[in-house]
Write a protein that binds this ligand. Structure first.
Ligand code: PLP
Length: 402
């Protein structure tokens, strides 16, 4: 039994060709399959119910080519900082932007308002008042959603819970009456709707549907209780990628199918709904490639050292998982002195001087030798941009798009 994944043959070709064009040094690269990304996002959008929009959360991967590939398909982009707002603006994507995240600076709020964002997701009463003051100063209407954290009762939390328990995100439901009262002091603030993003890494369609149902019923309840008029709901992101079993990601098509039914049974067809997904959109198009530099046995265990490591690709360390990988053979067996491992367990590590620089532990491989390529799949989201790139001052990887 091997833990190796199989790669599409065109990806193997890209890796080999890239290695040929950079043969002065062992290969270390991120590859992005933009065709795959285009197909994936187009299928995702096709199966969405009619009244549901899809935004891309840029923090998952804000590479310009990723953004421009997605732009024709998505309804807009979500920014989580002033830096992301500026970056998204510079890409000239010509799509609506939304601005969320805790601890927004007054200058960032001003920037968002000046840019005319589609909505600001408001995290707290203090932030609401800051927005109100800026709106007054600039004499501009400001569309907002209130980000809510609610008790989700029986629904199980996923691995990364952003709500449904105490977190720094969003308003407590008990604060809502007072918040709506404060809103009356700021006629330039337009309450467009409510925003929820309670979970990431969701793999269960059933639980996610239960969450959607909870959002629908609670917002309808607030609407009638506080006589709120027409509202939209941002249902967040959080659809999961299954790094341990790459054949069992969140079942998007099934989810959308059942969501359509839920929308009908909950009488939500007239509501404008939207998602803001990150990981589920961009994870699968990315590959991180490390050429094997060294292989050694240490106190009985095999270690394979590749060029690069968690300073480029922190995902396995951040998630504390064994990241799925494939091996592309590159060695020529003319040098029998070079170490090689056949049908054994190996631990895959990088070049950092820390025992935490591990990408996968005790993995069964058929064969691996020096100068082969370790290819980590599902590396298109929360990978390069969450990594501590300056630690040890190694060179950056090559970035290649196809
Ligand atoms: C990060 C984030 C998202 C995207 O989450 P994914 O798990 O990548 O889909 C959506 N909304 C908010 C508010 C976020 O912080």
């Amino acid at each position: 039994m091997t833990n190796e994944q199989t790669l599409p043959s065109h990806v193997i070709d890209e890796i080999k060709n890239l290695a040929i064009s950079h043969k002065e040094e062992p290969l270390c690269a991120y590859l992005y399959d933009l065709d795959h990304l285009r197909q994936h996002i187009s299928t995702m959008v096709q199966v969405l119910p009619n009244n549901v929009e899809l935004f891309y959360a840029a923090k998952a991967n804000p590479m310009p080519k990723i953004l421009s590939t997605l732009a024709p398909f998505v309804n807009g982009f979500e920014a989580a900082s002033g830096g992301e707002l500026t970056h998204l603006d510079q890409q000239q994507l010509n799509k609506p932007l939304i601005f969320g995240g805790p601890g927004k600076l007054p200058s960032e709020l001003k920037q968002a308002i000046r840019m005319g964002v589609d909505a600001i997701h408001v995290e707290s009463l203090v932030e609401l008042q800051r927005i109100g003051e800026i709106a007054r100063q600039l004499e501009t209407p400001v569309p907002i959603y209130l980000r809510m954290n609610i008790d989700i009762g029986e629904i199980t939390l996923s691995k990364l819970a952003m709500g449904g328990k105490p977190t720094p995100f969003g308003f407590d439901e008990n604060e809502l009456p007072n918040t709506l009262q404060v809103l009356k002091d700021y006629p330039l603030i337009e309450l467009k709707g409510f925003h929820f993003h309670l979970m990431s890494h969701q793999l269960s369609v059933k639980r996610h549907l239960a969450l959607m149902q909870k959002y629908f019923s609670i917002v309808k309840h607030w609407q009638s209780q506080y006589q709120l008029g027409k509202l939209a709901i941002n249902l967040g992101g959080g659809m999961g990628i299954n790094y341990l079993d790459p054949h069992a990601h969140f079942a998007w098509a099934e989810f959308c199918d059942k969501l359509e039914f839920l929308i009908a049974t909950e009488s939500m067809k007239e509501w404008q709904l939207r998602f803001e997904c990150g990981r589920f959109i961009s994870a699968a198009c990315g590959y991180y490639v490390m050429e094997v530099l060294d292989i050694k046995k240490n106190l009985g265990e095999n270690f394979v050292i590749g060029r690069g490591g968690t300073h480029h690709f922190r995902t396995p360390a951040a998630q504390s998982h064994n990241h799925p990988f494939a091996i592309v053979a590159n060695h020529n067996d003319t040098s029998p002195l070079l170490p090689k491992v056949t049908l054994e367990k190996v631990t895959l590590v990088g070049q950092l001087c820390t025992p935490k620089d591990v990408l996968a532990t005790q993995q069964n491989v058929k064969e691996i030798a020096i100068s082969d390529y370790l290819v980590f799949t599902l590396a298109g989201a929360y990978s390069w941009n969450i990594s501590h790139q300056n630690f040890l001052m190694h060179q950056a990887p090559i970035f290649h798009y196809f």
